[in-house]
Design a protein around this ligand. Structure first.
Ligand code: ASP
Ligand code: MG
Length: 407
């Protein structure tokens, strides 16, 4: 049996017809190595954004079923064009949308989950020697309505297909060379990592280093699937391998530092310190679909406490409205907030076995006169909320202090 590889190309690698031809050429070369290839595509360039804007010209809050119907067209354009390009080069290929590839999801339009993939048809085409090109980001619910998996969801499609097809590995081809120790636009000597564990990648994926969709990393971890992130423009570069190989990695304490900009901090002041208060506040916020990140509750003084949390800045307006209502209902004192904060996160599985990392991080920030507003930790990460203006400086300082430029 030929080895099977799933490759995923992002929108920037498919932005023009020339880029699509280039991908076709690369796939032909790859196919010469006698492998089976399943290729998952995003929509060309910024197509999905454009389609969303178009929908909003018609309706400020378009019906989600119809929006999914619309957005799914972007990926159909890219898969059909790539298939044509391969045929033009004399190769064999076939494009499939989610219906044809039998990707079954639940019915949560715009954020649906993959339930099952019936791989029969894909396997038949592979046996025929074809490169099978499949639309990312979309699925089909049991009513046969088109669903989408959430923005950036093609990564998830690729990993799910690789798992279902028992592929040797999944390669995510993108416009960066791999996963870096820090954003190379902020740190000039940031290093492209050869390897990173699933856990670390998950922290980084949800921390603003938006290389991979977080759910795709979770899925790969669950099935122990090797995932490579590499450049679609630079053949030579091996990219970053995401896997579980902890043993070799334990030597390394810190893997990377990430910065999440555009956050806001909200504090409910003078909340009565009784059972059920936090439940009340966060239930209201959850019902308003607000995603909460770091939460801190102070020690209570004379029966009152303060609760602070962070949200995305775009959610701040609704958060304040909901919080003000909660404050009224709970007879708390007031809501205060601060815009323009960033979350700075240091990640590394080696933290488990080393002490003094937090102290070193806080000292480094203090030396740069950077104030820490909130702290949150897990076994493998430390996050600090700081002033947005100091974000880049903080990343540079930590990168240097922990010598992340050295391998
Ligand atoms: N085209 C979709 C998006 O822009 C899916 C993806 O690119 O992964 O979000
Ligand atoms: Mg993407």
């Amino acid at each position: 049996m030929r080895p099977l590889i799933v490759q995923k190309y992002g929108g920037s690698s498919l932005a023009t017809s020339d880029k699509i031809k280039n991908v076709a050429y690369r796939l032909m070369k790859e196919k010469e190595k006698d492998v089976d290839l399943v290729v998952v595509l995003s929509a060309m360039g910024k197509t999905t954004d454009t389609l969303i804007s178009l929908a909003q010209e018609i309706s400020p809050r378009p019906c989600k079923r119809e929006l999914d119907m619309l957005l799914s067209t972007g990926e159909q354009v890219s898969v059909s064009l790539l298939s044509m390009a391969i045929k033009e080069l004399g190769g064999q290929a076939i494009s499939l949308n989610a219906m044809q590839a039998n990707i079954l999801t639940d019915s949560f339009h715009s954020e649906s989950q993959i339930l099952d993939i019936d791989t029969q048809r894909i396997k038949t085409h592979l046996q025929e020697g074809k490169i099978v090109i499949i639309t990312g980001y979309q699925g089909l619910n049991k009513e046969k309505d088109i669903t989408t998996l959430g923005r950036g969801g093609s990564d998830l499609s690729a990993v799910a297909l690789a798992v279902a097809l028992k592929a040797q590995c999944c390669k995510i081809l993108t416009d960066v060379s791999g996963v870096y120790t820090a954003d190379p636009r902020i740190v000039s000597d940031a290093r492209c990592l050869k390897k990173i564990t699933y856990e670390e990648m998950l922290e980084l994926a949800s921390m603003g280093a938006k290389v991979l969709h977080a759910r795709s990393v979770e899925l790969a971890q669950r099935y122990d699937l090797e995932v490579y992130v590499k450049s679609s423009f630079d053949e030579q570069n091996a990219g970053t391998l995401i896997e579980k190989d902890v043993k070799k990695m334990e030597e390394i304490t810190i893997t990377g530092v990430a910065l999440n900009k555009n956050e806001a901090k909200v504090t409910l002041v003078g909340v009565p310190d009784r059972p059920g208060m936090a439940a009340e506040v966060f239930t209201c916020l959850a019902e308003a679909n607000i995603n909460i990140d770091i939460i801190i509750q102070n020690v209570s003084v004379e029966g009152f406490t303060d609760i602070s949390f962070t949200v995305k800045e775009e959610d701040l307006h609704v958060t304040i409205l909901v919080s003000k209502e909660a404050v009224r209902d709970l007879e708390a004192k007031e809501v205060i907030f601060k815009k323009n904060v960033s979350k700075l996160t240091l990640v590394g599985v080696g933290m488990r076995r080393h002490s003094g990392i937090a102290a070193k991080m806080f000292r480094c920030l203090a030396d740069k006169n950077i104030n820490i507003e909130m702290i949150s930790t897990s076994e493998i990460k430390i996050s600090c909320v700081i002033d947005q203006d100091k974000g880049d400086l903080a990343v540079q300082a930590l990168h240097k202090a922990f010598e992340l430029e050295k391998s």
